[in-house]
Design a protein around this ligand. Sequence first.
Ligand SMILES: [Cu+2]
Length: 641
Amino acid sequence: MSMFPHNYLIYGADVSIVGATALIIFVLTYFKKWKWLWDNWITTVDHKRIGIMYILAAFAMFFRGGTDGLLMRTQLALPNLHFLSAQHYDEIFTTHGTIMILFMAMPMLIGLINVAVPLQIGARDVAFPYLNAISFWTFFFGAMLFNISFVFGGSPDAGWTSYAPLSELQFDPGPGENYYLLGLQLAGIGTIATGVNFLVTILKMRAPGMTLMKMPQFTWATLITSIIIIFAFPVLTVALALLTIDRLMGAHFFTIAAGGMPMMWVNLFWIWGHPEVYIVILPAFGILSDVISTFSGKKIFGYSAMVVSLATIAALSFTVWVHHFFTMGAGAAVNSFFGVSTMLIAIPTGVKIFNWLFTMYRGRIRFTTPMLWALAFIPTFVVGGMTGVMLAVAPADYQYHNSYFLVSHFHYVLIGGTVFGAFAGIYYWWPKMFGHKLNERLGRWHVGTFVLFFNMTFFPMYIVGLMGMTRRMYTYPAGLGWTALNLIETIGAFGQGASMMIMAVNIVRSIKFGERDVTGDIWDGRTLEWSTTSPAAEYNFSVLPHVTSVDEWWEEKKRGVVRPDHATFKPIHMPNNSGWPFLIGLSFFVAGFGLVFNWWLSAIVGALGIITFLFLRSFDYNTDHYIPVDEVKRVEAAAGR
Ligand SMILES: [Cu+2]
């Protein structure tokens, strides 16, 4: 019976999933936390809580994707191993890539955006809080749909790029690819909504006086990222829908039969896919700008150049997609155009790197954990970027193409860039999210060991790549000179796993022992999120700030401004919690699960659920409330100010 694949690793995973789920249900029931969970988290429309849920989900996915990575590295540790079968290896590299990009990196950054951006612009909320909750739940249920694939029916196995015609039904039967298509589709809907939400939030909800050129760098990065999302994600939506129609209804959009066009998939995928890598790198750039400025005690160097380079990178990101298939025969002129446009991205990126260095120059640098992540980022990202320029040389790409050189390049960029940036942001905003600091000594151990083992894993890949080892190879013979390097890589990968355990220990320890943030400004920050309490109250700011400069809070501190001014409290208008977004997400899940197996009844039930809940919501007039002045006073007093 194919619904439950026969494999001991998968049985083990199944047992641990059932065990973990049972444990969670037991704990919630035993401590009577169900109502608490529903009232405070599942139905929340508070951007800070939604941000925290994104980050939690992203960490869970980091664990899943990391486990996939370790399984692959175990398989490749030595020549001729048969720890995994070729089929199982295919499935694991597919889920590793998909999960790490779409269900780990992006939600981790969207989580930080949710937590920090409304606070940075002095707003009480995002523009569409209810839609924000829908975004989260469609992402969450999309991730869950993708993740249950290995339990029910089998995982996708056509790579994270899911190239047609390989991913078409005739070459890839079974539900695995359907899981990929529907899981990504669901999450993608949420992402588009997030892009719209933050574009509008940043354009319309800024505190009085905050002109565009007075916004913090992370807010700028979010604005530009939102624009990329709005232009890029609909392409993915369409591509996924077309391939779904091919697979479920026998159409031929991407098969040669009946006039379809396999190259169209490759084009559509990368027209979304390359901007996607900037969706996960630009917010990291924004975090680094804020972190470096804060811990150097200086304004960011070249503010407007930083903004212009963000926008330039975003524009160029849509002009480079063909560099993903230089070897598919487009010809010299086309390859040259896309090679040159790719190399051009190095210029605005270089501007940013130099501006970070100039920001640090003559600064009073504080070597906190977020700052150490930022410092680790710079050289690592430069290595990744420079090898990217090497790959952009089309004739040379004929040599590197599909080799471990490429695998190393994108891990240097995505881990050395996105993940280091996200960790900088997590350590930086942790006190703002939870009201206590993570331990600095364990934080330094985390940075140090992670950077060491990261380089140990991925630097040798450049070398084995140049020696001819290709990606997606599930085993290799002895005697090619690859063995020692592969063994080093595997040891490095497990080292990174161990390093993440340091972070886990830090998080658990700091809940109890972490330094409490009573001031709300534990890092002596510069931007508005540090002018309110930690964690910020439901309404963020009891009195909305007036902005006169880029580092508003820093300037106010210098002028001796004391906040808040109790005399001016007014009732605060806030949205109500709502259970509909969760139920809509769940209905999408039911519909998606039905489509995966061509169970049209389940698909129809899910679709009816979506429509019903949208309909009921439109008659829900109890959507907002006012927080009275007395309560604002009480909350502010309890926050110790
Ligand atoms: Cu690219």
